[in-house]
Every structure is written in structure tokens, then in C-alpha cells.
Unconditional design. Structure first.
Length: 263
């Protein structure tokens, strides 16, 4: 997957918006390495590394990304073995970092971006046995997760249906939502890990290129037409949702999903 992403990023670098300062550069990957009886997560692009003394390095593996269907890969695409612990990396732009991380486990813990996933008080503990990953989204028998954090329940009469779960492609003229992740199964939408029941009323309202202080706009200084990656603002019958972290001047939780009053 790392090889595949690197090639894709080299291709996409020709179509970047000035939200990245009109340039993009890849950097050294993050990597899990053995440290004594535990693990250290090396982050060459940050000031500190992360120590995981209780994680078993010999049993540590990357979890398979179930969004990738090996049967659909091109001849030049390949998925590194799950024992490759150096597939986490960041792409650096002038104003932001664009992360590509995977879920990992040693059979005892679930790990994301060098941190052990722990659910908040009152929530069921992480169930490693039933834990599965679809890109940045993941689920176990009790909970839903996005980018290392618990986001919603996965219980009740209709838990996540892994057999029908798939990534949604936004209809024209909207661009693919690279920064967020919108999935759908037979019963629900999943927007950045949050379950949305109103599947049929979902529609996109606006998009913008990713920039921490940017606005939804079609005018940029470096190129005539804006290119992604894209922040997406959408709605259902009763909710307004954003799959972005950075489309407002101040950082907000991802996604912003709030109800509104109908008049």
C-alpha cells in the first residue's frame, strides 16, 4: 500500500492547489521498531518519538485495509506484507501535513499513529479479536473508530454490515473526498466514523481545497482552477456535516455533524 500511495502522490502532485503553497514534498516514513522488550514509533518529521513499552514487537502487524481489493489493483500496484511496519507517512505542503496512517495490532493492543487505542470511560473496551479496518475507519463488535479514536456505538439491532460496506463516490461535479471518508453499508452512512441513519437524503453542498484558514471558493492565486485534496460540506434531512478538520479558522472536531431546525 505504501508503494501504491507513493506513486499516486507523485501523480497527484501535478494537480495541487495553493492550499499547499503550490508545492508538495514527501518525507521519510514513520516506523515501528523494537526498543528493548517493547516498541518505539519513530517520527522523523516531528520532534519526538513515541515509546510503546508494553507492545510486543515480534507480534506487531499492520491490519489489512479492507477498502483495497487486490483483484482490482493494476499490474504495477502492490501491497506490502503486513509485517512491513514502515507504511505510515506524511505528505508535507507549505501550510499543512497530509497523513497516511494504518492500524496495527500485536494481538493485545490496537495501535494507530504510534498510540494505543483506548476507549473513554463508560464505553466498552477495544475488542481486538473483532477489530477490522477500512482505511482510517475501523470497527469492533461494540464500537466505531476513526483515526485512532472511538466515534460511535456499533451495537443495537443493526451493527455495521461488513459484507455490504463500501466507500461512497461523490457524484459529479464534486471531487473525491480525500481528506474525509464516507462509507455506506446496507443500513447506514458512516461519515468519518460517525453513523448516519438518513442515507437517502445525503447530498453535498460545497467543497474547497484543503487549507487551515481557507474558505469555500473557486478562485486561487497559483492556478486557474482549484485542485484537491478537498474538504466537503454536506447535509442530510436533519444534519449538516463536514468531513474536514480545517475549513474554519479554528480547528474543529472531524466531522462537524450538527442538527438544524427545519422551518
Amino acid at each position: 500500500m505504501h508503494f501504491r500511495n507513493v506513486v499516486c502522490l507523485l501523480s497527484c502532485s501535478l494537480f495541487l492547489s495553493p492550499a499547499w503553497g503550490c508545492k508538495l514534498s514527501s518525507v521519510d516514513p514513520n516506523e515501528y521498531q523494537q526498543q528493548g522488550k517493547g516498541v518505539v514509533y519513530l517520527r522523523p518529521n516531528q520532534n519526538t518519538n513515541l515509546s510503546l513499552p508494553n507492545v510486543n514487537y515480534k507480534r506487531l502487524r499492520r491490519l489489512a485495509n479492507l477498502l483495497i481489493d487486490p483483484a482490482t489493483l493494476e499490474d504495477w500496484e502492490e501491497i506490502p506484507p503486513l509485517t512491513d511496519l514502515s507504511t505510515d507517512y506524511d505528505v508535507r505542503g507549505a501550510n499543512a501535513w497530509y497523513p497516511h496512517y494504518s492500524w496495527h495490532s500485536d494481538g493485545r493492543y490496537i495501535i494507530y499513529a504510534g498510540k494505543i487505542v483506548q476507549n473513554p470511560a463508560g464505553a466498552p473496551p477495544v475488542d481486538v479479536t473483532s477489530f477490522k479496518a477500512w482505511g482510517d475507519f475501523a470497527a469492533d463488535k461494540n464500537s466505531l473508530y476513526f483515526r485512532g479514536e472511538r466515534t460511535d456505538d456499533n451495537g443495537g439491532d443493526k451493527p455495521l454490515d461488513s459484507k455490504t460496506l463500501h466507500q461512497m463516490n461523490l457524484p459529479p461535479p464534486w471531487e473525491p473526498d480525500v481528506l474525509g471518508l464516507i462509507l455506506r453499508d446496507a443500513n447506514f452512512l458512516y461519515i468519518n466514523g460517525h453513523r448516519i441513519a438518513e442515507t437517502n437524503s445525503f447530498r453535498v453542498l460545497a467543497q474547497k481545497s484543503w487549507d487551515k484558514h481557507g474558505k469555500f471558493s473557486m478562485k486561487f492565486s497559483c492556478i486557474r482552477k482549484p485542485f484537491g485534496p478537498w474538504d466537503t460540506l454536506a447535509r442530510t434531512q436533519t444534519k449538516i456535516c463536514s468531513t474536514a478538520n480545517n475549513w474554519m479558522p479554528t480547528r474543529i472536531p472531524s466531522p462537524l455533524c450538527a442538527g438544524y431546525l427545519k422551518h
